[in-house]
Design a binder for this molecule. Structure first.
Ligand code: G6P
Length: 616
């Protein structure tokens, strides 16, 4: 969480920094700030609580000149969201300004030690400790900024992406990373430089980028090539990559919110995700990852899926697909639990890491752990060039384009699509899926985008249904088999954006507890799209009806039975059982969206959340 941007070059820095912060707001949005510098002038810092737009209002009419600057949009870890806790933070003398994404775990001990040396602290953040420490080192060793940053970072325990500027060395930015992402953009002839938490604030200006690795420190000087060193002061050759971004997908178009646009984008996204992989004419799936790493994947004895949030729900569907069609046992673990669980994992194990952002700190740390133990890592990632994509031994991008709405939608269906392709491709190589079933699923997969288009036609009907639930305090979501993870995902969507407490449950488990909660005030969303489990789900629905729960049922087109029992019914086209999640998820996304809109909430940037969780 938190986004950082920096600029050094020939143009005015401020407009570039503000535009960059807006692109990074998905990483956190509880305060924002900027520090500007130009030769012969003071270092100016402007900060404001709330969104980047608030910062823009604050600075109207102020001196915004300067061709060097750093900026920050925050998701609070230490210290409440406030102007004083917002970044950039200044050092004691005011000569240094620093922005930080991450957590400094030993900040408390460092702060005490700096206090004893006469430093005073204004904020309650961990970050302020680092900028004071750098100044202390500068003074103590009479050293330049890059050395002071390196020496200080060697004393830091935790995660960071930082950028620092120094009033006394005004043609320089020093930046560094460990466990939080940082990209450097290089303009033509080294005349200008950009830094950012991801490539999106940079890609408008240059496609030449360097993704810093853990423990690397970059010094950017006007007119000179960048210099990269590691924490041991060894010189590193920067690897310049060519990065292009499609900004069309980052526009809302005619949609009122990114989330709604991203829900409606799903048919096209799934087509993009399957393009070149699902060869309908040949009725085959071709995954280059499988061709390149055939042995590791096809001969896997066991698979562990690690992920967080929505990606973890996709993992639960992946487990069912991989076990059904590849007959390989699969565990699905929360990355945050896996990393501290002393897992029995090693050589011969395949670990599939699923992540939209490719930056989730827990998933990244779980990958490092599994790698150290000798496991083979397969990444299923959306953000191209992200840390997880680079840490994996091999992987497959989901190719659904940038997801801006904090609540994940198209990334989920993209992840499920890739997991389906992967399971079918591995199963075919292993001979664990019969050819007829393989052909059937491959043929039906090609129909899924059109079937989602059909589900999206229920948007107005779902909006109508949503009106009734603005004041609901609780919701239960029930599903079975492939649709149990869909129930979890539906409940998560509602919690995230409408702040209504919601629980997802396997439908039959309801009898073991949640049924006690059911009364006329309890809306229960029942997913009954799985033909094989349909009669069982009907019985579960009857049990809710008998207790006067309000039933919203997701049913296959043409259903008669549930129509007679449920209060509200949303139809989705029939499909094969293993593909039902790709259809039944859509109405749940729309339901959560419309309830949040009715409650007049900020759908794209819900409170307390961030899209890229780079702290553990
Ligand atoms: C955050 C986001 C969720 C996401 C989760 C995992 O909580 O708000 O939408 O599912 O992180 O993120 P990842 O990028 O690893 O999929």
């Amino acid at each position: 969480m938190c986004g950082i941007v920096g600029y050094l070059g020939k143009r005015e820095a401020f407009p570039i920094l503000i535009a960059g912060l807006k692109r990074l707001e998905y990483r956190g949005y509880d305060s924002a700030g900027v520090a500007l510098l130009s030769s012969g002038k003071d270092l100016r810092v402007y900060k404001e609580k709330g969104k980047v737009a608030n910062l823009e209002q604050l600075v109207a009419g102020r001196d915004l000149s300067g061709t060097i600057g750093i900026a920050h949009t925050r998701w609070a870890t230490h210290g409440e969201p406030s102007e004083v806790n917002a970044h950039p933070h200044l050092s004691q003398s005011g000569r240094l300004a620093l922005v930080h994404n991450g957590i400094i775990e030993n900040y408390s001990a460092l702060r005490e030690s700096l206090r004893e040396k006469g430093f005073t602290f204004r904020s309650s953040t961990d970050t302020e400790v680092l900028v004071q420490l750098i100044e202390y080192i500068q003074q103590k060793y009479s050293t330049d900024l890059p050395s002071a940053v390196r020496i200080s970072l060697n004393k830091i325990v935790g995660a960071y992406a930082i950028a620092v500027i120094d009033r006394e060395e005004p043609d320089m930015i020093v930046a560094a990373r460990k466990s939080s992402p940082l990209v450097v953009g290089i303009g033509e002839d080294n005349k200008e430089f950009f830094i950012a938490s991801d490539a999106s604030p940079i890609a408008d200006y240059t496609s030449q980028m360097v993704y810093l690795d853990d423990g690397e420190i970059v010094t950017i000087r006007r007119g000179k090539p960048i210099q990269v060193i590691n924490l041991n002061n060894e010189t590193i050759d920067p690897k310049i990559e060519q990065v292009e971004m499609d900004f069309g997908k980052m526009q809302k178009g005619d949609f009122p919110h990114f989330m709604l646009k991203e829900i409606f984008d799903q048919p096209d996204c799934i087509e993009d995700c399957m393009r070149g992989r699902l060869l309908t004419s040949k009725k085959r799936i071709v995954l280059s990852a499988l061709q390149l790493h055939h042995k590791e994947l096809v001969e896997a004895k066991r698979i562990t899926i690690i992920s967080c949030g929505t990606s973890w729900h996709a993992g639960l569907i992946g487990k069912q697909l991989l076990e059904s069609y590849c007959r390989i046992p699969v565990n699905v673990e929360y990355a945050s639990e896996f990393r501290y669980s002393n897992p029995v994992i090693g050589k011969g194990d395949v670990v599939i890491a699923i992540s939209q952002s490719g930056e989730t700190a827990d998933t990244l740390a779980a990958i490092q752990l599994a790698k150290e133990k000798g496991a083979y890592i397969f990444g299923i990632v959306n953000a191209v060039g992200s840390s997880i994509a680079r840490a994996a031994s091999m992987g497959t991008y989901i190719h659904v384009g940038p997801e801006i709405g904090v609540a994940s939608t198209k990334a989920f269906t993209g992840q499920v699509t890739v997991l389906t392709l992967l399971s079918l491709a591995i199963g075919r190589e292993r001979g664990t899926i019969d050819p007829e079933t393989y052909q059937q699923i491959v043929t039906e997969l090609a129909n899924i985008p059109d079937k989602i288009r059909k589900v999206l036609k229920s948007n107005e009907h779902i909006e109508e249904i949503s009106k009734m639930f603005t004041y609901a305090k609780n919701f239960i979501y029930l599903g079975r088999g492939y649709n149990y993870p869909v129930a979890l995902e539906g409940a998560l969507k509602l919690k995230e954006i409408s702040y209504i407490h919601a629980e997802g449950y396997p439908a039959a488990e309801m009898k073991h507890g949640p049924i006690a909660l059911i009364d006329a005030d309890m809306p229960v969303v029942c997913i009954a799209t799985d033909k094989t489990l349909y009669p069982k789900t009907v019985s579960n629905i009857q049990e809710i009806k008998a207790r006067h729960g309000h039933i919203i049922a997701i049913v296959p087109e043409g259903d008669v039975t549930i129509h007679k029992i449920a209060d509200d019914v949303i139809e989705v086209p029939e499909t094969l059982t293993c593909l039902t999640p790709l259809l039944s998820t859509i109405p749940l996304q729309l339901l959560a969206y419309h309830i949040a809109v009715r409650k007049d909430l900020n759908v794209d940037q819900p409170r307390n959340l961030a899209k890229s969780v780079t702290v553990e």
